[in-house]
Ligand binder design. Structure first.
Ligand code: AMP
Length: 548
């Protein structure tokens, strides 16, 4: 296909606004693409390379302005181009505003250079991307100049946008997926799955056209080609316990996401954006060689540890970006792997296996560095895991549906990052219960009350979670002298001590005399500096409940 035709069609698509019209236009484009199908499926989204490929053109705006200025003629400088960009706000409009000679000049009469084709643009951009070393900037400018020099105004518009990854014609990934399905009569679902595993719109379009649905179904993950990471939503323990039979709980490590691919020979590490970061993380490469059974693709977090405590994730990101002096960077900040998922092991894809099975698999192929996954329906156990994670200096916890499959690129409801408590409450301890078994000599569950104007204390909930054994002993010592009455395990406590308590939600509830209850309350500490008169009032609790 001539590049002029692509530009024409891109121009038409840009004029459309309804999704269905856009999908129809992309369908037509793909259906008529012939040998250029793979390239067009990418170009129409403003992509030059497949998503799994870390190759970039590595052209900054300045380099692009310089090439445009060269093509525009002697009187135009890169600064002029930049000024015009400030005025027009779109590099495509800027490129289109100059007369580069293309088909308006000699070429229009068949005497000039050959007409530019889509394949040629793709080849030249590939050459440009692989130009390295001394003088490479000039070579890149020359290549781009050579292309621009042959463009009409319309071609220039879309070439400039393509080069700067700013296509902006309204074609998203979903539109290309639907267009592939429509153009080659394959199910959207099969197309979607093929895209997830291959991360390559061009290839999926070609396979759909040449081998249909069965061809798409045969596409599998490939070790060495990253796929999009599964993502998490913010959520609460209450949501997780309500929606799932059991909850998979893990620490939420404070670091940076990686996907590790190991084919038995070469280890490759990719960041959350699928950029290759292998060279920046030699200790992870060594660790993988020594501890992971190949072939495998594992998902996890890289953390920077200092004396058993994680360093802020910015330190980890600095390691990711490091290109020079990696050995020195490694001495300054050493990083470690915390793997939490397994996408592929022993030549089998595991995306559709439940989380628990993937995690078991992960444990069987990676010795050490695997996150602990606890499957439970007990809020206290979840709170204890969270307290440990926070104590260890990590961010909190992830809640995962143990039955869920791995959905690349999805911010679904199957992975929840527990929202931090927004506001805490300072509440008076007005009762408690003696523990059982090993904890029989400790007060365990504490009844909490907000302050009331008349000096009465209505109850709002009990807290039993987030308290270590050591803290239980201390709290018992602190509260025992204030026990007013006792009935079996239940004790009334005179209002003297104030606890700071976290919670997920305040609900109206008949269970406690205040008419409200705290959901997932957790002990955060004793407010030594507060007396019951300084505790939070029932009025504040009511206000918080209303503002949720
Ligand atoms: P956020 O970046 O706030 O959307 O939180 C999700 C991120 O938490 C993931 O992309 C991971 O990088 C990170 N993370 C840390 N620990 C875990 C874990 N155990 N499971 C999944 N993601 C985790």
């Amino acid at each position: 296909m001539e590049f002029a035709e692509f530009a024409e069609r891109a121009g038409e698509i840009e004029e459309l606004s309804a999704d269905t019209d856009i999908i129809e236009a992309v369908t037509d484009l793909l259906a008529s693409a012939n040998d250029d199908l793979e390239v067009l499926a990418r170009f129409v989204q403003g992509r030059v390379f497949p998503a799994w490929d870390s190759t970039t053109l590595d052209i900054g705006p300045n380099l692009c302005y310089t090439a445009i200025a060269h093509a525009a003629g002697q009187n135009v400088s890169a600064d002029d181009v930049e000024d015009r960009l400030a005025e027009l706000g779109d590099i495509g409009a800027v490129a289109a505003s100059y007369d580069f000679g293309g088909q308006q000049g000699l070429a229009a009469f068949g005497a000039g250079p050959e007409k530019l084709t889509v394949a040629e643009v793709a080849d030249e951009l590939e050459t440009l991307a692989h130009t390295e070393g001394a003088g490479s900037q000039d070579t890149k400018i020359d290549i781009l100049f050579g292309l621009l020099n042959r463009t009409s105004s319309k071609e220039a518009r879309y070439l400039a946008r393509l080069v700067l990854s700013e296509m902006r014609i309204g074609v998203g990934e979903g539109a290309v997926r639907d267009a592939i399905a429509d153009a080659f009569d394959v199910p959207v679902k099969a197309t979607e799955r093929a895209l997830q595993v291959s991360n390559d719109y061009g290839r999926v379009a070609r396979v759909a056209r040449d081998s249909g649905e069965s061809g798409l179904d045969e596409l599998q993950l490939e070790v060495g080609r990253p796929v999009q990471a599964m993502l998490a939503q913010a959520g609460t323990v209450t949501d997780a316990l309500d929606d799932w039979v059991n909850v998979g709980v893990e620490w939420k490590f404070d670091g940076a996401r990686v996907q590790i691919h190991y084919d038995g020979d070469e280890v490759r590490v990719f960041s959350r954006n699928m950029e290759e970061v292998t060279d920046a993380l030699p200790e992870i490469v060594e660790y993988t060689h020594e501890n992971l059974e190949a072939p495998a693709i594992v998902d996890g977090e890289i953390v920077a540890m200092d004396d058993g405590e994680p360093l802020p994730f910015q330190e980890v990101l600095r390691r990711f970006r490091r290109k020079h002096d990696v050995a020195r960077a490694r001495e300054e900040v050493a990083v470690e792997l915390r793997a939490f998922d397994c996408l592929h092991a022993d030549n089998k894809d595991l995306l559709t296996a439940p989380l628990t099975e993937r995690h078991d698999r992960l444990q069987s192929i990676l010795s050490g560095g695997v996150s602990a996954l606890t499957v439970t329906d007990d809020a206290d156990e979840i709170a204890a895991i969270e307290a440990n994670a926070l104590d260890a200096g990590h961010e909190g916890i992830m809640l995962k549906n143990p039955e869920s499959t791995y959905s690349p690129g999805r911010r679904g409801k199957n992975w929840l990052k527990r929202k931090p408590d927004v506001e805490t409450l300072d509440l008076v301890v007005t009762g408690a219960e003696w523990g059982e078994g090993r904890r029989a000599s400790f007060l365990g569950t504490f009844l909490l009350s907000p302050r009331e104007e008349n000096g009465e204390f209505e109850t709002l909930g009990k807290v039993a979670t987030g308290i270590t054994d050591e803290e239980l002993a201390e709290l018992t010592e602190l509260l025992e002298p204030h026990i007013a009455t006792q009935d079996g395990q239940i004790v009334d406590i005179s209002p003297e001590i104030v606890f700071e308590v976290g919670y997920e939600e305040i609900q109206q509830s008949p269970t406690y005399s205040a008419g409200y209850a705290l959901r997932f309350p957790r002990f955060l500490g004793v407010r030594d500096d507060k007396s019951p008169a300084d505790a939070d009032s029932l009025e504040r609790v009511e206000r918080l409940a209303e503002s949720q």
